[in-house]
Write a protein that binds this ligand. Structure first.
Ligand code: ADP
Ligand code: MG
Length: 373
């Protein structure tokens, strides 16, 4: 685990970092994001000891890195920067293998590793090993930068706006690839960006910085739902949640008190309850709110003998769990041509109800909020 404790940086009288605290768990990808000049690069450089803090500590697995050997520390950290930092007079293989070469790996091991890394970043070793950086596209150069950072299989990888200079399509591709790679390798990655979409796509956690302070450090989900202040809210974009529909959960949008009835009521009572509440279906539960079935207006009309009880005519509805996301809910409704879906927990207790209208009204309220602002 990596921990920044009360970390301060001053350049002359300018305070660049204002005593920040940050804990990064092993295997997590943490995104540092904030406006230009807020101190992101300075933070990364201090983790790599390229810049020394004015005060405060950086602990790696509990040890103060300032007291550790710098070379050993850097060997265990890959660093990717926006301008790739590839050496123009070295081939792709020489660039990727630079650190292993300095570490005097034997030739065969080194060649194998370079091949492996090229393959990992989606480049054919046969074609690219002997090329020079100038013979590669921007995206390919950045892939080499990523491959080089992974070369010695370090525990920590620092990435400073690695994809910012790329065109949107290539950037998307590299984001996807990094995401997939990270699912597999589970490195500790600190990734700097000023692009919120990128942060949301990649980050296990996002750290929002401004003027040398951390405003909020949490999962993308929490930041989207509960921005710490109006700056974060503005930065995230008020409606951003709708561009991340997989983060919207059934429990966020369901009606919490749907109209329910006990199964021992008769159809006349059921019909009256529907009319009074202006609904066309009733969820039938027992006294412990366990969902037993559903009765619709059609079910009541279809049955002549009005002395039947609701439990005699109810059908068993399909249900979803409270953490199904908006995409899953919409697909479920569409595939089964349903207008509603009860939300239950694992022991069938009724938690809420989602109807197509619920989804529509939640969506439209987002836009109305925006107009008011
Ligand atoms: N070596 C330096 N000397 C003086 N000021 C610096 C130095 N490096 C960075 N700064 C200043 O520190 C602030 C934060 O810089 P930086 O960490 O690069 O921001 P970011 O990466 O968030 O855009 C900026 O105002 C920058 O001008
Ligand atoms: Mg920077």
């Amino acid at each position: 685990m990596l921990e920044l404790k009360n970390l301060t940086k001053k350049f002359k009288s300018n305070t660049i970092l204002n005593g920040i605290n940050l804990k990064i768990n092993e295997g997590e990808l943490v995104v540092l994001i904030g406006p230009s000049g807020c101190g992101k690069t300075t933070t990364l450089k201090m983790i790599n000891k390229l810049i020394l803090p004015t005060s405060g500590e950086i602990l790696l697995k509990g040890k103060n890195i300032l007291k550790e050997n710098t070379i050993t520390l850097r060997r265990n950290m890959g660093y990717v920067i926006q301008q790739t930092g590839l050496f123009p007079h070295m081939t792709v293989a020489e660039n990727i293998g630079l650190i292993p070469h300095i570490q005097k790996w034997n030739k065969e091991k080194l060649i194998n590793r370079v091949e492996e890394l090229l393959t990992m970043v989606g480049m054919d070793p046969k074609e690219y090993t002997n090329r020079y950086p100038s013979e590669l596209s921007g995206g390919q150069q950045q892939r080499i930068g990523v491959a080089r950072a992974f070369a010695t299989n370090p525990d920590i990888i620092l990435m400073d706006e690695p994809f910012s200079a790329l065109d949107p399509i290539t950037r998307n591709q590299l984001q996807d690839e990094l995401y997939t790679l990270q699912q597999e390798l589970k490195k500790t990655i600190i990734f700097v960006t000023h692009d919120m979409e990128e942060a949301l796509r990649l980050g296990d956690k996002i750290c929002i910085m401004k003027d040398g302070n951390i405003l909020q450090y949490d999962t993308p989900e929490v930041i989207l739902k509960n921005p710490a202040d109006s700056f974060v809210e503005g930065f995230v974009g008020k409606n951003k949640i709708w561009s991340q529909p997989e983060l919207i959960k059934a429990s966020d949008i369901m009606i919490n008190d749907p109209i329910i009835s006990l199964g021992n009521k008769n159809m006349i009572q059921g019909f009256a309850q529907m009319r009074n509440n202006k609904v066309d279906s009733l969820l039938i539960t027992n006294k412990d709110k366990k969902l037993l079935g559903i009765v619709t207006l059609k079910d009541i009309r279809r049955n002549e003998s009005k002395e039947l009880k609701l439990q005699d005519i109810m059908t068993k509805p399909e249900t979803l769990s409270p953490d199904s996301n908006l995409i899953e809910i919409l697909n479920f409704l569409n595939e089964r041509k349903l207008n509603y879906i009860p939300i239950t927990d694992s022991d069938e207790t009724l938690l809420g109800l989602i109807t197509k209208n619920t989804i529509l009204s939640v969506m439209s309220s987002q836009y109305i909020d925006q107009e008011v602002m």
